[in-house]
Each structure stands twice: as C-alpha cells, then as structure tokens.
Design a protein around this ligand. Sequence first.
Ligand code: PAF
Length: 282
Amino acid sequence: MQTFTKLSEMRDAAARWRAGGALAVVPTMGALHAGHISLVEAAKARADRVVAWIFVNPKQFDNPEDLKKYPRHLEADAAKLAAAGVDALYAPDPDQVYPEGFATKVTVTGLTDMLCGAHRPGHFDGVATVVTKILTQTQADFAMFGEKDYQQLQVVSRLAADLNLPVEIVPCATVREADGLALSSRNERLSPEDRAIAPALHAAMRRAVERMQAGEAPGPVIERATQEIEKAGYREVEYLELRASDGLAAMTTLDRPARLFAAAHLGPVRLIDNIAVGPAVR
Ligand code: PAF
C-alpha cells in the first residue's frame, strides 16, 4: 500500500491507474472500524484500484469539543487498510485540502434543512465542501458512502448530480454490532455503562418500525419510541422522524418508501441511526 500526503502524489497515481481501469475512493475521517472495511470491500468489487481518504475535516464540526475529541489512530488505520488490500492511503496534509486563502463553500439547499442539518449549523456545508474536494482531488470513478449517514449520502448524491461530477456515488449498507448498535467511530467514546445502554436506540427504532408496518399511526408510535429510548438511559432524543427515503420529505402516513431517522445523546456522545421502513400491511 502506498501512502500519499500531497495532492500531486494522488494526482499522479490517479492518472496512471485510471489509464488502465476504474478507481474507487473510500472517504473517511479515520478511526476505522468494520463498517469502513465493508466500504473497502464494496470498492474492491467495483474498481481495479482503491484509495482510502483519511482527513478529520474541521469544517464539518459544529462543536469544537467534538473536533478535539474525535478519535485519531492513523497508524492503526494504515495497518487495517493495508490488510484490507487498498492500493493507497491518501491522508492529505491540511494545506492540501484548504490552502492559504481558501474561500469557497459548497452548499446543498433543501436536503440540509432538516434532521442533522437543523441541529448542526454548517455541518453539511463542511461535508459538501470537503466531499467536492475528495472527488475532484482523487478523480475517482466510484465513491463509497455508508447508509448509516443516510442524509449525508443524499446530500452527496445531489451535489455530484448538480455539479456533473463524473463519479458514481455508491450506497453501502450499515454495519451493526451483534446487539444492533450501528458501527461508528464515536462508539469508542462510550463508557462501559453507556455501551450497555446504546443498543436501546436501535431496538426502540425496530419496534417502532414493526408497529408502523402493522398499521399503527406514525405519530403516537414515534412518541412512544422516544419515551422508550429516554427511559433506557439516553440523555436526550434530538430527533426521531419518519421521512421519505428519496428527498427526505416529512411523512405522517406510510404511503411510500421511508426511513426512520434518529439522533440521540448518550453521556457525552451523539449517536445517529436510521432504518428502512416498508409499506404498512393492513
Ligand atoms: O462520513 C464521513 O466520515 C465524513 O463525513 C466524510 C464523508 C469522510 C467527509 O469528511
């Protein structure tokens, strides 16, 4: 596995590799877990060459404390990527992403007004700006994004289409622990006590989905699930909402493909999750 820290190294490799086949990028902020490795596997299945991007992007953190505490394990990450068989790790120096005088912001409207966008000011501008750079710097033919960050996936798909970026955005299924907790780099900041409580979020969401699919009205089902999550020990449910899978419009009846979205605080950690909701069976 090669390691690049400079854009010129990335560009040289991309030019060579893309002359002989397709290149896929796995965008990450490091602290890699099995979810990231599943993105690498999906990338290898699609492309001849795979590059992993690691950069803790300051522009997408609305909370300075969260940025400071975000886990960083570059050496261990490099070992995991080499074992997974990626061709290169591109961990750009900060000035390769945001050079002196950088003054551009990419904003996707509409999709970013709700859910995490409503609670984390500037977050999706930071994501959209850095993802534009990831795609233009690596010139990848495929870019892999996990459905765990489903709103991010929608935002990135919109921006790639709107800006005619020559890349296919590939959605990849969420990877979970055996007890249902969605894998996240933030999980390592949970205390053992909070880690034991954490799966209650997904469990309550699953029960809510079953109730809605059995024909119960979404409003009261969501209210009950919120209480269940807080009773289990979560400090606060930031949102628990049913929205259309395509376009994220709010839904009060199960009349088209939907997802149930959640963000909740457990100790010092903010966790998000989402699951698909099939049509109601009456
Ligand atoms: O999903 C992430 O880890 C980040 O938001 C991304 C896409 C790597 C951009 O920094």
